[in-house]
Design a protein around this ligand. Structure first.
Ligand code: GLA
Length: 435
C-alpha cells in the first residue's frame, strides 16, 4: 500500500507545470568544469588544467570520441572564471581574450559540430563567487541575449553577492529573458542553495515553473564525507524534494566526482547509484583525458544511466533505514519496473543483509532482479528471502522487473491509476535489460 501511494502521489505531482522550454525532459548529462578545475587561470604555468578554451575543446573531444556522447553526456559546461574582468564597449560580457582567443561563439560551434552542447555560467550578484563580473537585475536581458547570440545551450545562474529580494526578482526575470530570446537554453538556478534549500524560504512549485534544474544545497568537494553529507541532506528532506522533481525540472545535488581523487571504487559506485535514484543531473567534473578504466566503467554503466534517465522522471526515495547501517533506496521506473539500491554506512566488513521484496512493500508476484554492477540476474517471488552482501560505503544496485503475469490494474489495486505515462506502457512488459 505504501508503495502504491508513493507511486500515485509521484505520478500525480508529475502533472504540474514545468518550465515551458521543452528541455531536459530527463536529467541533463555532461561535463562541468568547476569541482575538478575550479578557478585555475594560470595558463602560463598550468596550460593543461587552466580555465581556457583548450580545456573545453579537450573535454569535448573526449566526450565525442570515448563513447560518452552516445550515452547522453552531451553538455560541456563552463563554470566561473571564464570572462574578462571588464564588459565590452556595448556593456556585454566577454570571454577572457587570452584564455578564450576564439571566443564563446566559436566554442559553441565547436560543440555543435560534434553533436555536443555548450553551457555557460553567470551570477545574480554584482560579482560571481570567483569575483568576475556578475549579471545583476539591470543586466539580465542583455546577458541573456548575449548567450543566445553565442548559441549557448545552457545557463547556470549562481547567487553569490545577491540578497533574497534580488534573487526573488532576478531568477524569474532571467527565465523570462532566456525564453524571450527564442533560443532553447536550459536554465540551472542556484537560488534555493542560497536560501537554505527548504520551504518556507524556498518555493519548489515556482522553481519548477521557471528553472529546469536547481542547486538545493552546498558545493560538492572531492571527498566521501562531502558526498555523504549531500546524500544525507537530500534523503532526510525527500518528502519536500522528491515531489518537486519531474520531466523538465530537477533537484541538483551537484556534480559527479567519480574519476577524481576522493572516492574509492565502492564509494564511486555509491555516488553513481544514488544520483541515478535521485534523478539527478549527471554532470561529471573530472579529467576525461586521464580517467581510469574503472571510473569510466562506472560512469558509463548503462543500467545506471537507464535508471537515471527513466522517462517517468520520478525521484526515488530512501525506504528503509536499519540500525545496522544498511539503507534501502527505491525508484519507480517505466513499465512497472523499479530500481533498488542497498547501501552500507558500516566500516567493518561486507554486511550480509537479508530481506525480500515483500518486506520492501512490493506486491505479490515473480520478479527478476538485475544487478547493475555484476550483470547477474536473479528470479525471486515477492516473499522469497534473499541476501545481499554490501561493502562498507558501497552499494548493491538492482533493476527490478515488473512482476510477471500480473495485471496492471491489480498492481495499482483499484485500477484508478491511468496517468498518460502508464497508458502507453505495455502490459506486463519488462524494463530493458542492459548487458
Ligand atoms: C559557487 C557554486 C559552485 C561554483 C562556484 C564558482 O560556489 O555553488 O558550483 O559555480 O560558485 O565560483
Amino acid at each position: 500500500m505504501r508503495l502504491f501511494l508513493f507511486v500515485l502521489t509521484s505520478v500525480l505531482s508529475g502533472t504540474s507545470i514545468a518550465l515551458d522550454n521543452g528541455l531536459m525532459r530527463t536529467p541533463p548529462m555532461g561535463w562541468l568544469a568547476w569541482e575538478r578545475f575550479r578557478c585555475d587561470i594560470d595558463c602560463d604555468n598550468d596550460p593543461k588544467n587552466c580555465i581556457s578554451e583548450k580545456l573545453f575543446t579537450d573535454m569535448a573531444d573526449r566526450l565525442a570520441e570515448d563513447g560518452w556522447r552516445e550515452l547522453g553526456y552531451v553538455y560541456v559546461n563552463i563554470d566561473d572564471c571564464w570572462s574578462s574582468m571588464e564588459r565590452d564597449q556595448q556593456g556585454r560580457l566577454q570571454a577572457d581574450p587570452k584564455r578564450f582567443p576564439m571566443g564563446i561563439h566559436n566554442l559553441s560551434h565547436y560543440m555543435h559540430a560534434r553533436g555536443l552542447k555548450l553551457g555557460i555560467y553567470g551570477d545574480m550578484g554584482s560579482h560571481t563567487c570567483g569575483g568576475y563580473p556578475g549579471t545583476p537585475l539591470d543586466k539580465i536581458e542583455l546577458d541573456a541575449q548575449t548567450f543566445a547570440d553565442w548559441e549557448v545551450d545552457m545557463f547556470k545562474y549562481d547567487g553569490c553577492y545577491s540578497n533574497a529580494s534580488e534573487q526573488e526578482k532576478g531568477y524569474p526575470l532571467m527565465s523570462k529573458a532566456l525564453n524571450a530570446t527564442g533560443r532553447p537554453i536550459g536554465y540551472s538556478c542556484s537560488w534555493p542553495a542560497y536560501q537554505g534549500g527548504l520551504p518556507p524560504k524556498v518555493n519548489y512549485t515556482q522553481l519548477g515553473e521557471i528553472c529546469n534544474l536547481w542547486r538545493n544545497y552546498g558545493d560538492i568537494q572531492d571527498s566521501w564525507g562531502s558526498v555523504l553529507s549531500i546524500v544525507d541532506w537530500f534523503f532526510d528532506n525527500q518528502d519536500v524534494l522528491a515531489p518537486a522533481a519531474g520531466p523538465g525540472r530537477w533537484n541538483d545535488p551537484d556534480m559527479l566526482i567519480v574519476g577524481d581523487f576522493g572516492l574509492s571504487l565502492d564509494q564511486s559506485q555509491t555516488q553513481m547509484s544514488l544520483w541515478a535514484i535521485m534523478a539527478a543531473p549527471l554532470f561529471m567534473s573530472n579529467d576525461l583525458r586521464t580517467i581510469s578504466a574503472d571510473a569510466r566503467r562506472i560512469l558509463q554503466n548503462k543500467a545506471l544511466i537507464g535508471i537515471n534517465q527513466d522517462p517517468l522522471g520520478i525521484q526515488g526515495r530512501r525506504i528503509v533505514k536499519e540500525k545496522s547501517g544498511i539503507e534501502v533506496f527505491f525508484r519507480p521506473l517505466q513499465n512497472n519496473g523499479s530500481a533498488l539500491v542497498f547501501f552500507s554506512r558500516r566500516s567493518d566488513m561486507p554486511y550480509r543483509y537479508q530481506t525480500s521484496l515483500k518486506k520492501l512493500n512490493y506486491v505479490t508476484g515473480s520478479y527478476e532482479l538485475f544487478n547493475a554492477f555484476t550483470y547477474r540476474t536473479m528470479q525471486v517471488k515477492d516473499a522469497t528471502d534473499f541476501v545481499v552482501s554490501v561493502n562498507p560505503s558501497g552499494v548493491v544496485t538492482f533493476l527490478v522487473s515488473a512482476p510477471a503475469k500480473i495485471n496492471r490494474r491489480q498492481f495499482y489495486s483499484d485500477g484508478k491509476l491511468q496517468g498518460p505515462a502508464f497508458e502507453d506502457a505495455e502490459e506486463n512488459s519488462l524494463p530493458p535489460v542492459f548487458l
